[in-house]
Design a protein around this ligand. Structure first.
Ligand SMILES: CC(C)(COP(=O)(O)OP(=O)(O)OC[C@H]1O[C@@H](n2cnc3c(N)ncnc32)[C@H](O)[C@@H]1OP(=O)(O)O)[C@@H](O)C(=O)NCCC(=O)NCCS
Length: 183
């Protein structure tokens, strides 16, 4: 059985970025990110309307982390102290050494290799430190950017569900991608 420990919080540093725990001072940045309609196109959630929703999420995330249930990192550029995205490992099935990865980034920062830098480090953490055996990504087949990112990191498509979720007035397909431990 997989035993996890996110305490103390595992801060990850990459060339350009710091991945750190979200705190209540990030509420405004999280609102900007999660109220953005472009960011949310393929993410099944209602766009945020207030910082209270950010605070609720940040507080829940603190509980998940302290209970070692799942982990969310805020993505911060070393040159700017502001949260421009998030990445999480959640839906953790300890018995199966399996989890899911989720990520989002503000459009101003797209196509600069930022999420590639973040995802590579988080996958390394997931396999080497958390000792996961496989990591899944649940992606809409229309979400070209996310599919490219997943495939670049050697995720393989293993399932396709037709019109299996209803979000913002549209029935959408879902594809499951996964990566098995590189070892
Ligand atoms: C998916 C997302 C995180 C990608 O972040 P990003 O920092 O722009 O991605 P990167 O710059 O690291 O690019 C990674 C690879 O994907 C490719 N890519 C990224 N966006 C692309 C797009 N819109 N169309 C085609 N290819 C794209 C890049 O070219 C790169 O591949 P390459 O090195 O072979 O050229 C970003 O588009 C996003 O936040 N989208 C909204 C939220 C979302 O949909 N999250 C995923 C839910 S499953």
């Amino acid at each position: 059985m997989l035993i996890l420990n996110f305490n103390p919080f595992p801060v990850i540093t990459t060339d350009r970025l710091i991945l750190r725990q979200l705190n209540k001072e990030d509420a405004k940045d999280l609102l900007v990110l999660r109220s953005n309609l472009e960011v949310g196109t393929y993410i099944p959630r209602i766009p945020y309307q207030s910082t209270e929703e950010s605070i609720t999420f940040i507080t829940k995330a603190e509980t998940w982390i302290s209970n070692n249930e799942s982990i969310v990192w805020g993505i911060v550029l070393k040159t700017e102290n502001k949260v421009i995205g998030t990445i999480c490992i959640w839906n953790i099935k300890n018995r199966d050494y399996r989890a899911e990865v989720g990520y989002e980034l503000l459009p101003d920062y797209w196509r600069k290799g930022i999420m590639q830098e973040v995802l590579a480090s988080v996958l390394d953490y997931g396999f080497k430190t958390m000792k996961l055996h496989s990591i899944a990504a649940v992606i809409s087949p229309e979400n070209t950017a996310s599919i490219k990112l997943a495939e670049k990191n050697r995720f393989v498509k293993e399932a396709h569900f037709r019109e299996d979720y209803y979000d913002k007035g549209i029935f959408r397909d879902t594809a499951i991608y996964s990566l098995i431990t590189p070892e």
